[in-house]
Design a protein around this ligand. Sequence first.
Ligand SMILES: C=CC1=C(C)c2cc3[nH]c(cc4nc(cc5[nH]c(cc1n2)c(C)c5CCC(=O)O)C(CCC(=O)O)=C4C)c(C)c3C=C
Ligand SMILES: [Fe+2]
Length: 414
Amino acid sequence: MTEFSRRRMFGIAGTGVAIVGAGAAGAGIDRAMSGQSAHAATDIVPFHGANQAGIVTPAQEHLHFASLNVTTTDRAKLVSLLKEWTDAARRMTGGHEVGTTGAVSGSLAAPPDDTGEALELPASSLTLTVGFGPSLFDDRFGLAGKRPAALAELPSFPKDNLDPARSGGDLCIQACANDPQVAVHAVRNLVRLGFGTTEVRWSQLGFGRSSSTSVSQTTPRNLFGFKDGTNNLKAEDPAALNDQVWVAPEDDQAWLAGGSYLVARRIRMHIETWDRTSLDEQQKVIGRTKGSGAPLGQSAEFDQVDLHVHGEGGELAIADDAHIRLASAESLNGAKILRRGYNFVDGSDGLGHLEAGLFFICFNRDPRKQYIPMQRALSAHDAMMEYVEHTGSALFAVPPGVSETGYWGDSLFG
Ligand SMILES: C=CC1=C(C)c2cc3[nH]c(cc4nc(cc5[nH]c(cc1n2)c(C)c5CCC(=O)O)C(CCC(=O)O)=C4C)c(C)c3C=C
Ligand SMILES: [Fe+2]
């Protein structure tokens, strides 16, 4: 057995490079050793910590998001599932198979502990983030007195066209990874463990991150072809994260301290209409140039946005209805959000159009003060609304991070 395969089998993180795959030694290691895996050096994201991973973690390339209904009314069964999920998440984010015997080492007479499609794949920076929806705090589990006031169904916004089958949910699982199969494997195995306790309500695959959450990342482009995530909150700004993302003990319910609120919006982008729009109009809609991503009136991507600068004709460089003006902290009493969305293309609509868009995810400390006023301004005035349609919506409270002996939600249920 080589040193690499020994480390991988026993999950030993090496000198800063933790190369661990789910299962027997194989292709994952070979790829990583030969430099073919672009993500090997940061392959494992620590699962334990004060805050859950998958929020300020540098956004990975792929997403599988699932919203679930709890089908039992037995609180003990729900708690037991959260414990099982935590153990499975510890293993999968560490690059290991689910269960003690995994995909191929168990009894021939029983279904395997792990479904197997991530065998030989490295951990791929998998993060698993869990959230609790407002409906979990009804009368089923004795949690009504523990619902934070901010955890209420989102209001309807002008021009919303929400599909109830793509909205809401008691629980959510956000799986992000640099390999789509690793993200899908993780959600599939958690859903499988939940059989008899939870069922999938809706789910969404996302490819291509549409934001950056760390200064170490380049800014990706969304399906409108614009750099997206330039003026996002970043992991390297802890003061802003404390102010805008992490719930503080004094905010409301103590169990949520160190957590956050996740807003998910499935936003269809009418790309065929957009693609027939002039470059000048596209740039005016966003408020930035398409090439460099510079704010209109400035010259480079990370130049400060100036909402008051005027163009040569005397008009505002960034129009009154430009997306970045309406979503700016300056227009919203200082409110900011941490965006962490993904592109999606879910086939076509049968009418000759791609069913494409942005699965928008953001984290914020209080949606009543941040996401909701921002969305109200955008839904009412944003020039981009002519090209987009909100088709799904959900809000979840994301509990704080898990200790080495704890489980997801222990501050709420414990
Ligand atoms: C309610 C919040 C937001 C929604 C919904 C949203 C949808 C959305 N955004 C883009 C593309 C871009 N957004 C950009 C900036 C930006 N967007 C929001 C918020 C929402 N966007 C904020 C807070 C900001 C930053 C504003 C600022 O202060 O500068 C940009 C510019 C680049 C960047 O800074 O990220 C683009 C491009 C799409 C296509 C979309 C829905 C489909
Ligand atoms: Fe935006």
